[in-house]
Design a protein around this ligand. Sequence first.
Ligand SMILES: [Ca+2]
Length: 246
Amino acid sequence: MGCVQRRPVRVVLGIVMSLAVAYPALGAGEGPAAGAAAPPPREMNGLNLLHFEDFEKDPGVIAKQWKPTDPKAWAVVEDGAGHAYALKGASDYTPPVRSPHNISLLNDLEVTDFVLQADMKQTGKEYGHRDMCIFFGYQDPAHFYYVHIATRADPHAHSVFIVNGAPRVSIAAERTEGADWGLDVYHKVRIARDTASGAIKVFFDNLDTPIMTAQDKTFLHGKVGFGSFDDTGNVDNIVLWGKKKE
Ligand SMILES: [Ca+2]
């Protein structure tokens, strides 16, 4: 009985403390916090909520949900008021064709149309190809799409890419000249995919105007994931709305 009575008090205290820590950070205009996040909307663009991950759960449960190219390169770390999923360094992984080395895929879930959102913080040094990546339409190690968000756009950086049994090819129709990751700051990143039209839209902080667009129908379903071509960074508050592959 003693345990039954005490347990709710601990839970409520935990929630109150999480909110108390998280809200000052938001109020100070420092961008999304790494700690507790409000539950996401059940629907986005007509798509149902399929997955929400804030990395505050049991590490064993989290580990089963993700499949990295090298498990030793990733860890759930303390960050600000809570925890985040950190790509700490180079993965011991050589892709079959020229494409990112550091990938962690959300296991056991394939989507067709989707909206994927996350808070992302780049933790590497500043240079032109300073990047973080989002993966989708993932079929196998040589067939997938990825978005590379980097400081300066060029043929191999800051674009939407397809890996289709050959070294990656930029397929962006429109893109900005680059993105400023800044220092120790989380950015809200969102990818919207519509398979009927082939549309791919990428948003960075501003969720109204995309920083990149593309149109492609090569892969109409697949897994999603996060990572970097060859840098480091943290991911938190991952939300996936979408249609599961039948
Ligand atoms: Ca978190």
